[in-house]
Write a new protein. Structure first.
Length: 92
């Protein structure tokens, strides 16, 4: 059974995994400038930053970081590309 984490829990968990002290994790509401109803999603970079060991956790042309993908799935979330430089994370 998958335990669905809150947005704040996902951001905290991912922040502990990446290289940056203040990685780019924002709300989907900020991305859309509050123009849509939100599902409580997360907006983050799709290439380069945030990173683990200097490698971006998401790669549009390759594969995403397996540890990050597994973490999201284990906590009831998934990653979805908005475009090649923008990733949105949502609850399953």
């Amino acid at each position: 059974m998958t335990l669905q984490a809150t947005r704040d829990q996902i951001i905290a968990g991912l922040t502990s995994m990446v290289d940056q002290d203040e990685p780019f994790f924002r709300t989907v509401e900020e991305f859309y400038d509050n123009e849509i109803e939100s599902d409580g999603g997360i907006w983050t970079g799709g290439e380069g930053e945030p990173s683990i060991d200097g490698v971006g956790i998401f790669n549009y042309w390759g594969s995403n970081n397996t540890d990050v993908t597994n973490y999201l799935e284990q906590h009831g979330w998934f990653a979805e590309w908005y475009d090649a430089g923008t990733m949105h994370l949502h609850k399953i």
